[in-house]
Design a protein. Sequence first.
Length: 460
Amino acid sequence: MPRFTERSTEPAAAGGESADVHPVDRLLPPGKLLAGGFQHVAASYAGVVAPPLVLGATLGLSPLEITFLVSAALFTAGIATLLQTIGFWKVGARLPFVNGVSFAGVAPMVAVANAQPHKGDALPVIYGAVIVAGVLGFLLAPYFCKLVRFFPPVVSGTVITLIGITLLPVAFEWIQGGQTARPASLTDLGLAGATLAVVLGLRRLLRGFLQQIAVLLGLVAGTLIAIPFGAVDIGPAEHARIVGFPSPFHFGAPHFAVSAIVSMCVLMLVCMTESTADMLALGEVVGREADEKVIARGLRADTLGTAVSPLFNGFANSAFAQNIGLVAITRVRSRFVVAACGVMFVLLGLSPVFASLIAVAPRPVLGGAGIVLFGSVAASGVNVLLKAGLDRGDNMLIAATSLGLGLIPVVSHTFYDNAAIPQTLKIILDSGVSAGCISAVALNLLFNHVGRRGAGSGGE
């Protein structure tokens, strides 16, 4: 397929770069690179640090050790993001993708920890399993990417919609301050509402570059508004070190246990499925088709980043869907902006004090911005579904059933908490995106292909 090119209405980048360069490959001026990269950091920071925080608390690690895990997660997320955006050889989708610690890995890692006689010895076992899973995924990438042929618009649209919908509860949880057992306070609602209003207002009133960083400006404004309400906690920044390198194998050499390896390999397949869907979604947003070659390169970046992460005390990495919404909102499609985000993650991982400064923004403020970001992903999926022709054949049935199945773990976290369900199957079912994706692919094959010799896919 010939490479897609687009004549930009923006002026050529500094250095005489042609205006015919695809927006994905355009190198923006330094100021825009830094501001855009920081905006991606702000959008994905919470997602990167949440898994090590949860796992560290489960393992009973000290605050100092948990801080070390968070820094390691940021450092390895930066490496994985650079592999994805810049890449080398056949590694990297060369799309504006942020890669970070997969939250889907929290459940199996906690299960591995609970299976150990002493939870404090669990990290080497987890790291050994993550390394094997990453290597397996890297070897499977050129074969796994061929599944893209099973993602016509009725399938990809359903999956993209699910990505957005399954992310929205994260924004709601942020608005509740992370305490889902209690209702959101008036202060939380006010801060989230104010942030959302600022983002929408800036998008409506501003033009050009300032409009593109409306989300970042909204986060800054929301944080400033939160100060009089005592909702801004600068405690973590006060006690953090200025410089700190995530020393290799800080918690011990990796240990390879068969049961843990099986669990993490299943997780790797789930992450690869979600990353495939994310690449298809981002391809739609940036106007560059994510074909088999792009997906293969992207999966290699995911899995190589995963295999390398344990060396620096990190975990399994995958594409972050929330940044797709940011690209859609800002319309800044340059992969170099996200590469700048990757560099910032590396620097944050090397400087715990600066890493903690990003966490100053209160969760309700992040939640207010998250409604726009995650909702944009869902809206992009609906737009793809419109192209699928839901009035043709059984496409409406395929989309409806798959959306329903994908939403089960979103509306009920305990739906699959049955001891009779194997843990490996539960990992797949508890991921709404994976369950909905498998359902959409299977139903599309059943209704649009099986028994219809010579017939085209109803999903095209």
